[in-house]
Design a protein around this ligand. Sequence first.
Ligand SMILES: *Cc1c(COP(=O)(O)O)cnc(C)c1O
Length: 398
Amino acid sequence: MSDPNERGDLRRETLAVRAGLHRSAFDETAEAMYLTSGYVYDTAGEAEATFLEEVDRYSYSRYANPTVTMFEDRLAALEGAQAAYATPTGMSAVFAALGGLCAAGDRIVASKALFGTCYTVCAEILPRWGVEAVFVDGTDLDAWREALSVPTKAVFFETPSNPTMTLVDIAAVSELAHAAGATVVVDNVFGTPLFSSPLQHGADLVVYSATKHIDGQGRVMGGAVLGSLQLITDVVRPMIRVLGLTMSAFNAWVLVKSLEIMDLRLTKQAEGALAVAEWLEANPLVSQVFYPGLASHPQATLIARQMTGHGTVVTFTLDTDRAGAFRALDALEIVDISNNLGDTKSLATHPATTTHSKIPEAERLALGITDGTVRLSVGLEHPDDLIADLERAFAAVR
Ligand SMILES: *Cc1c(COP(=O)(O)O)cnc(C)c1O
């Protein structure tokens, strides 16, 4: 058989199980796990040539490891990216991209609706090193236009946002960003590799927390940065290799196998999410439902243009206070209370007191996160069982 990695005509389903497969001399069927930190040379001269970068081979697993390469190549094929680096967590992927792009005196423009820790990187860590951070309402193109009217190094946003599922117009913001000289970095965790392809809409780098939908079964931490060969080589590679933001071979092995069935999981989970969202929208205790698959989403036109599916996370606001929301969560018998998401097990979060508790109250309310807001990451359970569980939970609200 010809090498699937050399062919450009394969479909997504085929790439999910074939791309990036590099077999060893033992001709194993499944991807091998190379638990090795170092590599050996036949001759001292070969070691010298490796360090002179005259030969391209594995030399040390902080730089590269065959199992990690398999995960990177498969994810890059699914994303339609020229190159990728895997990282130990999503946050190290974010830092490899933004830290690699920015130096003292540079300026970054970011959407306000960021994952809490991503917000801290932009609002606290980068400014400590002399990078100016400007935040805008990601849905407001005029705000982007004004913020990008002066030279800027990087633009960073998440779409759809956590937890209220607002979209940023990737093509429009990328155009403004490029005119300002900026590189566009998109956190695509909520978009997922199946339902959103930022690189195809003009973004330059995509970052993932592989901990979420890519693993999808709540086992390992991981992350990735994807983009053009030039950006990955010039901007990301030094950060990974020098700072040691390297994924372990074990985690890469779990994740490369996860990619084989990621699309199947996410398609099924998104079907369940839509069923739950529609049920929630018809429930009198629910004052608002945030899900890109609902016709009532205020950005339905942009969703149709920019997404190929609607994701697995449904956020809703219960018409109650904090105590009522807690009573509902505590009454769940199937859905677990967790701050994680993207799992095959459905998980419920109270953002105001956990993931978004560090955001000042006024800002949090402006983002649409009240004491009655619940984020539900829909798993692979039957949607009717989830709806029955929610019915039980809602009965405990009053
Ligand atoms: C979880 C998450 C991250 C951080 O990923 P880790 O794997 O926890 O480091 C970044 N962005 C978003 C949107 C996330 O949900």
